[in-house]
Design a binder for this molecule. Structure first.
Ligand SMILES: C[S@@+](CC[C@H](N)C(=O)[O-])C[C@H]1O[C@@H](n2cnc3c(N)ncnc32)[C@H](O)[C@@H]1O
Length: 331
């Protein structure tokens, strides 16, 4: 089988060693006591009206995204499905991954042919679900745990809050933050993803909210914000293991995350609220990013909470782990 062409924004090829990297920052020790800690913290998304993990097993998962039932591969589902085959057979869309066609070519629609997008909601915010060529559907529902936490922080702050959403993808986090009253800066390297995010802003009728949509390499962006003295109260970052900026800048998580976390600290306001990091598809434990966050946020007070984001399955109540996270919170 040929490797897939047209890689989607969310997953990029491993870069060659001689390609430019965006930062040369040398880390120095941060003075002061380490922040408090809470580990392990498991943040869970339960089945809800907008989204549900219906069942999983045999290397697949069956999910409900608004009106559609969708079947996709899931490497971790090494158990048996709990629902009968007749329930799986009701899927509206199945990711097959058996061709290397672009766009929707890797999806099969057993009932009726479906368009590329469909209306979805997250907690009352309208946006578009979308069949992408790399099995993603325009949203990562497990992020909902972070979004509600961030929303509470913004609302309870009772003052203007500036949010930076790095690696922001289709922008649902940016919309949640904007609806809660924050001034938002959204950064992503993919022009296509920025276009989808803007479309979502229209659909959510949040056009009057202050969101800056920026197509740029995340590392270059934070370095420039540090030089300019721009400051944020909340920073979200959900980097891929490997990625590229719009000018081919290389992002390698293990190589660049320490500098990224360090710069994020430098661009916080004097009274910051949180820095929320998620990592997925990497060979590491949450203890690794936990130690990194405590190390880089030494002297800041607050607490670092780390663990996993999981989705609770509706059929048999099993937890499907999707990612690792570590977040520094001020209070
Ligand atoms: C998994 S997605 C983030 C999902 C997002 N947190 C959400 O819940 O919707 C990762 C994103 O990182 C972007 N990306 C990859 N490399 C990048 C880079 N060097 N700079 C900025 N964005 C990058 C991709 O375009 C993709 O949209």
């Amino acid at each position: 089988m040929k490797p897939p062409r047209n890689r989607t924004p969310e997953r990029e090829a491993r870069p060659a060693l001689n390609e430019p990297i965006a930062t040369r920052r040398v880390l120095t020790r941060r003075d002061g006591p380490l922040p408090g800690e809470a580990v392990p913290v498991i943040l869970e998304v339960a089945p809800n009206a907008d989204y549900a993990l219906l069942d999983s097993g045999n290397g697949r998962k069956l999910e409900q995204y608004g009106p559609y039932r969708i079947e996709r591969p899931e490497g971790q589902a090494i158990w048996l499905p709990a629902l009968p085959q007749s329930e799986w057979a009701k899927a509206d869309a199945i990711f097959t991954g058996d061709t290397d066609e672009e766009g929707m070519g890797r999806w099969r629609f057993p009932r009726t042919p479906l368009g590329e997008t469909w209306p979805m909601k997250h907690d009352g915010i309208d946006y578009l679900g979308r069949f992408t060529s790399f099995r993603h559907v325009g949203v990562f529902p497990e992020q909902g745990s972070h979004w509600s936490h961030m929303e509470t922080l913004i609302r309870e702050a009772k003052r203007p809050v500036r949010v930076l959403n790095l690696f922001g993808y289709t922008g649902v986090a940016s919309l949640v933050a904007a609806r809660a009253g924050a001034e938002v800066t959204h950064v992503d390297a993919s022009k296509k993803a920025i276009g989808w995010a803007r479309e979502n802003q229209d659909l959510a009728r949040l056009n009057d909210k202050p969101i800056r949509w920026i197509c740029e390499d995340a590392m270059k962006f934070v370095e420039r914000e540090a030089r300019r003295g721009s400051r944020y109260d909340i920073i979200l970052l959900d980097p891929p293991a490997f990625g590229r900026g719009p000018k081919g800048e290389v992002w390698q998580l293990f190589e660049h995350l320490p500098a990224m976390a360090d710069i994020c600290r430098d661009i916080l306001t004097p009274k910051p609220l949180a820095v929320v990091l998620t990592a997925y598809s990497i060979r590491a434990s949450f203890f690794a990013i936990h130690a990194l966050m405590r190390d880089r946020f030494a002297g800041m007070g607050g607490r670092v909470e780390s663990g996993e984001l999981v989705i609770r399955e509706k059929s048999a109540g099993r937890a499907l782990s999707t990612s690792l996270f570590s977040r520094w919170v001020a209070a």
